[in-house]
Write a protein that binds this ligand. Structure first.
Ligand code: GYE
Length: 311
């Protein structure tokens, strides 16, 4: 894995900090924005940030964390690709007295003291918002949904699936007829959507695609067009992140519902870390970011807010 030193601005305080960030990879536009915002948030504070790209593999992330421990960094940020298997390396960090903050995805560990805090949205609620939108939109009319799941084993994929399922639980007119992982990427989203379309009467049996992130939705939109159907009309879309391209798709009438997720996960973690180092203030275990649904009428305004947000 590559190490990039992102920020070396001369700090005003004598105690300048170094933080190691084990990033998942660069699978989505949102992810790239998160990385870029992490760099600028570090720079603002005079914190030196070392970023290791895990290329979507937990073993790479574990190696990176071990290397950060060996370097004696002041804190470690991890965006954990999957939710299990973190105990051993986090115990090593704890033994070395290095605080760990999780960014954007959660983990499952018995001993919660293995990390300080997780900065994340309510990912179940994100899925629920899309499901609620669909229930309302259909108003009792039937709808067969195909679902593009995120990375297998990732907390966000599990939660976004759950939230949507909860929202449609009492509406027998709405059914998820196929559900498969597209690994949070555009290319995989397109590929899986193509197979769904083939399997479902050249797409005619599909009413909506629910994608766990925008990049997969954008891939799916491409697949829908190539099948000779109209995305946003013949097949509705709903997805999560709020990348500029999804708002552009909305403006073109090709996307229907979107939940925004801020790419600024590092900022709140740096704030919590600075307080912790200053006087031992313990952060809340979950630092929640905002979750909101946006529709095509909001698309232009949303697109405008994205400038300077890491995109
Ligand atoms: O929604 C997706 C990314 O973990 C919240 O991962 C993150 C998700 C994000 O690849 O685009």
């Amino acid at each position: 894995s590559t190490l990039i030193s992102a920020s070396l601005a001369a700090p005003a305080l004598a105690e300048s900090m170094t933080v190691g960030f084990s990033q998942v990879g660069s699978e989505s536009g949102w992810r790239a924005a998160e990385t870029s915002v992490a760099k600028s948030e570090a720079q603002k504070r005079g914190i030196t940030l070392k970023i290791a790209d895990g290329q979507q593999k937990q073993e790479n992330q574990i190696k990176a964390v071990r290397s950060f421990i060996a370097q004696g960094v002041d804190a470690i940020f991890i965006a954990p690709v999957v939710q299990t298997g973190w105990e051993p390396v986090l115990s090593e960090a704890k033994d070395a007295k290095i605080p760990v903050f999780l960014l954007d995805r959660a983990i499952v560990v018995k001993d919660k003291s293995l990390y300080q805090a997780v900065v994340t949205a309510d990912n179940v609620y994100e899925g629920k918002l899309i499901g609620d939108w669909l229930v309302k939109h259909q108003a009792g009319k039937p709808c067969n949904v195909v679902e593009l799941q995120g990375t297998v084993g990732a907390s966000v994929a599990i939660d976004r699936k759950k939230g949507f399922a909860e929202a449609i639980a009492n509406t027998p007119n709405i059914k998820v007829i196929r559900s498969q992982s597209g690994d949070f990427t555009r290319s995989k989203g397109k590929e899986v959507m193509e197979s769904f379309i083939k399997a479902e009467n050249n797409g005619k049996n599909i009413c909506m695609v629910y994608a766990h992130n925008d990049d997969m939705a954008i891939g799916a939109i491409q697949a829908i067009k190539e099948a000779g159907l109209k995305p946003g009309k013949d097949i509705l879309t709903g997805s999560i992140d709020g990348v500029p391209d999804i708002y552009k798709a909305m403006l073109a009438g090709e996307a229907n519902a979107n939940v925004e997720l801020t790419p600024n996960m590092a900022g709140p973690a740096f704030d919590a870390l600075e307080k912790l180092k200053k006087d031992g203030t313990m952060p809340p275990k979950i630092i929640k970011t905002e979750t909101k649904l946006f529709l095509p009428a909001d698309a232009q305004a949303q697109l405008d807010t994205k400038k300077g947000m890491g995109y």
